[in-house]
Design a protein around this ligand. Sequence first.
Ligand SMILES: [Zn+2]
Length: 430
Amino acid sequence: MTAELWNPKFESMKPDELKKLQAKRLKNLVKHVYKNNKYYKQKLKNAGVGPDDIKTVKDVEKIPFLTKSDLREYYPFGLVCTSHDDIVEVHASSGTTGKPVVGPYTRNDVELWAEVMARSLYANGLRKSDVMQNSYGYGLFTGAHGFEKGAQKIGANVITISSGNTKRQIDVMKDFGTTAIACTPSYSLYMAEVAEEQGYDPAKDFKLRLGLFGAEAWSEEMRTNVEKRWNITAHEHYGLTEIIGPGVVSECEKKHLHINADHFLPEIIDPKTGETLESGEEGELVFTTLTKEAFPAIRFRTKDLAAITEETCSCGRTLPIQSRIKGRSDDMMKVKGVIVFPSQIEAALMKVAGVSDNYQIVKTKKGDMTSLSVEVEPTDDRYKQGSLDDLEEQAESEIYSILNLHVSVKAIEPKTIPRSTGKAKRVIER
Ligand SMILES: [Zn+2]
């Protein structure tokens, strides 16, 4: 069965028509930045590229990459390509690793954002009749605002509760008849824990049917746990402040991540050489915003690792499909010559019976040597049973079978790892 699409004209476009549209939009974009921003103009001139050199999508490769450090250099408004009077909204990243990335939007940019978020949420199954509890943190971050705009465009009822005050979240979920929850996956698990403490069975006592999750790297195994715990269908969202916020990709009911490639042109490159890779090869994701006005990004290097395929999906969408993000190249750890992503350790832990969803990877650095260990909370029942050595050994062997690396695992008392109402801190340094 083919599901209904929010915007069939663009979501089920023939691939050659999509390429034509992308090429036309790319040319206009290059014209726009060349005319309206002196930094972009200089950058293009240095590379010997002008608007007339853009004829096909492939011509994007003539343009140099844009990196996070470029964005920091032009903080806050150096890359704005419209008059400041045309800006109606501004968002920013947290800036925990440097100056924040600032995302200004014109009225058309805001409308575009609502459109791509409506597509995403509609693809997840959100409808006008739904009540969406928006438990992403409101503030300068893009997350909560993107979800609100998209859900309202669909006509759903948005509860703008923001994150935190978890007991109240549960009361509101019960009293307001919430059918969809939007937050980080780890926060939803913390909410389940609090609901249980309040005497509820999360799988039975709520009207919840959809989880709209993002802002965190999580494994498929964790997705299965969240779905079981709440008895919901859980969907992944991917986006970033530099591009527009959430809404860059839409996950369909087949759980395929379709890139909204009529607005965001994707590429996969070799993170070391910058060379463009073939369809299906894993590398660093690069995006060009084809239609944004105030803050267009051309060939922005996301540092996120994934692959893109152009296989057809039975949902009816023809937009290219992106794999789940393996991890940010920033999160990558090298331990005794082995490349390790936190999501791989998570996937291993989730295979062990009696392990809860709460764990922490402890990174210890001695000189140039990095070593890892894992602390994990067993479920309450498993903890009471004792003989936790077995559980630790099983977890170690699951990790070994994925990474070929010995990582010691320690079972610790339930509810000792700090819970987060936003992004969970999975890796700590000691
Ligand atoms: Zn699909």
